[in-house]
Design a protein around this ligand. Sequence first.
Ligand SMILES: [Fe+2]
Length: 201
Amino acid sequence: MANYENVGFLDHKIWKIPVSGIDNQKIIDELQTDRDLWIPNKRYEDPKYRKPGIQLDGQCLMGDETRSMFNICYNKVKETYEQIEGKKVSSGYQRSWFYIAVPELPATDWHQHLRFHLDYIDTYTDYTWVYYVSIPDNCSGDEGKLFFRDTEDHTILHSFFPEYGYVYVFDAALEHLPALAPKSTNERITGAGNIILNFKD
Ligand SMILES: [Fe+2]
């Protein structure tokens, strides 16, 4: 049964899909070990590289709950598009990552995820999903929201405050921006994936 909801704008579909069976605290614990070992004391990338936040390649991380989260979200997205398209998927591909934004992060940026991965520059992503492992608190106004803008008219904006227990998925070309949350006592931690789906005719 379809239990996904469109939270998009104009003709941009953003699917909000409930997911269960993911223990966020276990993921945070696994990620803390990875951060201690790989990037000790790192709070964010230098903004001069135009790469805000900390980004960790999801393929390398083999914690049980981490791997389970990437698989659960992939399967949810696949099932949802099978329902939307009315076709079964014959093959699918995913590149995944974590994005961590600490409260004192100074900058954020508009971007999209058409490029599947730096290693595959001629391969384009179909859909991008995001799952919130940790949501900022103490937010007011637009703080902590996920923003989108129309591809043609960049003045048309759309935003919402994220919720736990959902995977959000949208076309890879859709430009978005995670708003900063400077007063938060939480880090913003998201798992995300670029997905390519091939459907059976
Ligand atoms: Fe993104």
